[in-house]
Design a protein around this ligand. Structure first.
Ligand code: CA
Length: 228
């Protein structure tokens, strides 16, 4: 059984999330403090951790850092403020995803499934299809509605980074790292410029993107296939 640890001090919220996850077939444990959450992590060895950012006992960011030192278990951060998201998704911390309060427990269950899928190497298909866009990672080709789209190597790398993890929000820093062959201190606005070019080629209406969405205050994400 897949194990989920919830570290959340709002007990009512934790109970609701627990009920949804258990109904979805997960084994769930709840801790309501950061320090006890970390202790429970060591005992329970969960497959996924849902971690509130503001916790008594030990701050959520510190808990995440400690978990990262022990293991690469996926962490989904629960934050109350959108402006904390950048920090949460930062490479240094390496959270896998986040939800902002208030959130729908149904959406959270979907996120848990998504991070678990991403951890399975086999799930990284060599051919990605979202809507009428198809990306062939081996052939380095992109088509929309069967029509080939010519992308630069940088645009292709940017697109595949986003599309391999649909639904995941990437910060501009993360995308900059993904498209640079040699690390240098670049300007994250470079990412915006490439995204603009990519949308012009890929999107039926670049001003109303269907595939590459802007995540306000964070960066960009590729639409999940199951999103309408
Ligand atoms: Ca809290």
């Amino acid at each position: 059984m897949t194990r989920v640890l919830i570290v959340e001090d709002e007990r009512q919220l934790a109970r609701v999330v627990q009920a949804y996850l258990e109904k979805a077939g997960f084994e769930v444990r709840v801790a309501d403090r950061g320090d006890t959450g970390l202790a429970e992590f060591r005992r329970f060895r969960p497959d996924v951790v849902l971690l509130d950012l503001n916790l008594p006992g030990m701050d959520g960011l510190d808990v995440a850092r400690e978990i990262r030192r022990l293991d690469d278990t996926p962490i989904i951060m629960i934050t109350a403020r959108v402006d904390e998201v950048d920090q949460v998704l930062g490479l240094e911390l390496g959270a896998d995803d986040y939800v902002t309060k208030p959130f729908s427990p149904r959406v959270l269950v979907a996120r848990v499934r998504a991070v678990l899928r991403r951890r399975q190497p086999a799930a990284r298909a060599r051919r990605l299809q979202v809507g009428d866009v198809e990306i062939d990672l081996d052939a380095h080709t992109v088509t929309r509605g069967g029509q080939p789209i010519a992308l630069t190597p940088t645009e292709f790398r940017l697109l595949t980074t986003l599309a391999q993890q649909p639904g995941r929000a990437f910060t501009r820093e993360q995308l900059l790292q993904a498209i640079q062959e040699t690390p240098y201190v670049g300007n994250t606005r470079t990412v915006d410029a490439h995204i603009k070019n990519l949308r012009a080629k890929l999107e039926p209406d670049p001003r109303h993107p269907r595939y590459i969405e802007t995540v306000f205050g964070v960066g960009y994400r590729f639409r999940r296939p199951d999103e309408g």
